[in-house]
Design a protein around this ligand. Structure first.
Ligand SMILES: Nc1ncnc2c1ncn2[C@@H]1O[C@H](COP(=O)(O)OP(=O)(O)OP(=O)(O)O)[C@@H](O)[C@H]1O
Ligand SMILES: [Mg+2]
Length: 418
């Protein structure tokens, strides 16, 4: 297969960078051809804080993915997250004068929903049509082409991001030698990898519980209803352990992964774990029940904020199930605690639950890789399937971030030709 038929997803996370190379397969899914990961050294809470280190981490991940897939990677679908991302719903309405609705009407109503003022420092990242309404007929998912009515309305989910934060990320990718095909909200990407069409129909909240952020996406009736990014994640748990036990972040991370548990149903109050740290001569004794309390109180806080977001956005009642993914969803007992706090059924989301993943599928069967797999699925379905309505009928050249990508591309190509 030619390199230009391969799909590349690049997830620049707070703890790791993952570059995934995949090819469309005959089952409508993806065959994984190669993956590269590196430790993310220049990101904090989903945002770039050190350009040079981020560029280096991206280069490492891309080089490894190229080696495994045996191809040259020139461009990628790029995930974006961070506390700067926010979303709202906007509606538009036009009169169609009792005639059949045309493509032009769909474009006009869409533009009327987007005729909204965004602050100077923010720009639209994604727009997703939620539903159309023709006169009093509600719940129309696909563009109502050919239907007749007097009034056409549309509800659009608009996701915005801080211009500088996104520009910094695009800049790093380009300095690492890659073009950006498109930027995709990470929770939207993760949802593509782990949510089934039934989940999206019945009403589900996806929580991508990563290192620096917890990304939320709420779906119902096949459409995204709300999205948000909380600037807290598994790194907060590591930091809590490090501060409470006066150990380094590395030792705290090891302690969390090897012995961490937040399951309140497990009674191991008398158990202790000995950890050897580089700073102390004798092993440190840590009581399991004490560590569980520490982890639980931080997870309670994160889930409390998530629950408030469910209520604040007004879609609380639509959420019948919660799916957690991202590396921190692997903390022992996490699904049980989330079930109790959010008072809903909870399941672990692994890449491949939504679409057939073949090839080197086992290397991505970990919740940390949901975003990268989802970015490739987004690329596969672009312009069709669940994403038909993303940026539907929008003049792509008007997109602000497209302009940034374009201007940075020319900057780097001029620079390379010196
Ligand atoms: N087995 C495990 N138990 C507990 N935590 C884990 C486990 N494996 C990974 N983690 C945690 O998962 C987090 C990393 O998850 P992930 O790879 O999804 O984050 P990221 O994509 O780099 O960050 P973000 O999406 O927040 O920018 C780290 O905090 C790590 O400690
Ligand atoms: Mg992530």
């Amino acid at each position: 297969m030619a390199s230009n038929e391969l799909l590349v997803g690049l997830d620049v996370g707070t703890t790791k960078v993952c570059c995934l190379v995949a090819a469309p397969n005959q089952n409508g899914g993806l065959d994984i051809r190669g993956m590269g990961t590196s430790r993310s050294r220049g990101m904090r809470k989903g945002m770039v804080v050190n350009i040079e280190s981020t560029v280096e981490s991206i280069r490492e991940a891309v080089a490894e993915a190229q080696g495994m897939a045996g191809c040259q990677i020139n461009s990628a679908y790029l995930g974006v997250a961070g506390g700067h991302v926010s979303s709202f719903n906007s509606s538009g309405m036009i009169g169609v004068g009792k005639k059949m609705i045309s493509e032009e009407d769909i474009s006009r109503v869409y533009d009327s929903a987007l005729a909204i003022a965004t602050p100077m420092d923010r720009e639209v990242l994604h727009t997703v049509v939620q539903e159309y309404k023709v006169d009093d007929q509600v719940g129309i998912i696909d563009p109502p082409l050919g239907m007749t009515g007097v009034r056409l309305e549309v509800q659009v989910h608009v996701i915005t991001g801080a211009v500088n934060a996104v520009r910094n990320l695009i800049n790093c990718v380009m300095q690492a030698g890659l073009e950006v095909n498109e930027i995709v909200l990470e929770s939207v990407a993760s949802a593509e990898a782990v949510l089934t069409p039934e989940d999206k129909e019945l009403g589900v909240a996806l929580l991508d519980f990563g290192g620096g952020t917890t990304d939320i996406a709420i779906y119902s009736g096949q459409r995204i209803r709300h999205s948000a990014v909380l600037a807290m994640g598994g790194n907060n748990l590591t930091r809590d352990l490090s501060q409470s036990y006066h150990i380094s972040l590395e030792s705290a991370e090891k302690l969390k992964i090897e012995h961490g548990c937040c399951n309140v149903n497990i009674s191991n109050d008398d158990e202790f774990v000995d950890i050897v740290t580089p700073l102390s001569a004798t092993p440190l004794k840590i009581q399991m029940s004490n560590m569980r309390q520490l982890l639980c109180s931080r997870i309670d806080e994160i889930m409390f904020l998530i629950n408030s977001e469910f209520v604040r956005c007004g879609y609380d009642e639509l959420i019948h199930e919660v799916v957690i993914t991202g590396g921190s969803s692997l903390l022992r007992g996490a699904t049980e605690v989330v079930k109790i706090v959010l008072d809903r059924p909870v399941r672990l989301g692994l890449p491949g639950q939504s679409a057939h993943i073949g090839g080197l599928a086992e290397i991505v069967s970990h919740p940390s890789y949901s975003t990268a797999v989802g970015l490739c699925l987004f690329a596969l379905n672009r312009g069709g399937g669940g994403f038909r309505n993303v940026n539907f009928n929008r003049n792509e050249s008007k997109s602000f971030f497209k302009k940034i990508i374009h201007s940075l591309s020319s900057f780097f190509s001029n620079k390379n030709s010196f």
